[in-house]
Ligand binder design. Structure first.
Ligand code: MF3
Ligand code: CO
Ligand code: CO
Length: 248
């Protein structure tokens, strides 16, 4: 069931989203070569808890950390590790969910460590653009799969692969609520969005094939061809005349 949030609920989601944005800003100013992905996760845990919030990922279906830190060919759900050291030239997606007073906010950014290749720079840029294409003209009444249509059209125009097996989602009391928000789809199809829905739009874009591999640790997802992948996510509120991006 897709829920419409009350103004009070929206206010609480807004607060959780502000914490997520601040945490990502903090990580963005401190992440650097030589740091382990566990150190990145420690920053996330400390920042979120210092705001009186909880990192929703921690313990979610047994997930062992406060963030997902996905390097290069890791698409999403990279488990932070002391042994995974960031190097110049890496792209690193950091995905964070925070719960404050019972409501969640969720966002992800792909950071570039030092000088990265033109191929990776372009992939990161186009992945962000996919999100902004998706919200262009989005408002109450828009068919849900117009989002995926916009993401897919933009990504594929650059020859990139759109991950199919992982999708965006509604958000609120739970980190993952209805509806599913795919990054591919046919224009003009799907349920019509309504004012008061809060959803996470999160393009996961691969430099090469859209195909991915799910690893035996139960979490890590990598590209099948080993080429890099980028992720960009925001929580958005649907309104009568547009959207409000709550994590930007
Ligand atoms: N934040 C992720 C999302 O965008 C979900 C991570 S679940 C975890 O949906 F358990 F892996 F953290
Ligand atoms: Co997320
Ligand atoms: Co999400």
């Amino acid at each position: 069931m897709v829920s419409i949030k009350t103004p009070q609920e929206i206010e609480l989601i807004r607060r959780a989203c502000t914490i997520v944005r601040e945490t990502l800003d903090y990580v963005g100013s401190n992440i650097r070569a030589g740091m382990s992905t566990k150190e990145v996760d420690d920053m996330v845990y400390r920042y979120i808890t210092s705001c009186g919030a909880y990192p929703s990922s921690l313990g979610y279906c047994g997930y062992p950390a406060s963030s997902c830190v996905s390097v290069n060919e890791v698409v999403v759900h990279g488990i932070p590790s002391e042994d995974k050291i960031l190097r110049e030239g890496d792209i690193v997606s950091v995905d964070i969910t925070a719960e404050k007073d019972g409501y969640n906010g969720d966002a992800a950014r792909t950071f570039m460590i030092g000088d990265v290749s033109e191929e990776k720079k372009k992939l990161v840029k186009v992945t962000e653009e996919c999100f902004f294409k998706a919200i262009e003209g989005l408002r109450a009444g828009t068919p849900l799969y117009d989002i995926g249509y916009a993401v897919q059209t933009h990504a594929e125009s650059h020859g990139y692969g759109v991950v199919r097996s992982l999708v965006g989602h509604g958000i609120g009391r739970e980190m993952h609520e209805d509806p599913s928000v795919p990054n591919y789809g046919k224009k003009g199809t799907g349920m019509r969005l309504k004012a008061g829905m809060t959803i996470c739009i999160e393009p996961m874009i691969n430099a090469g094939t859209y195909k991915v591999v799910f690893h035996k640790d139960g979490w890590t997802v990598t590209t099948m061809d080993g080429r890099p992948s980028a992720h960009y996510e925001n929580t958005v509120l649907i309104t009568e005349d547009g959207v409000e991006i709550l994590t930007l």
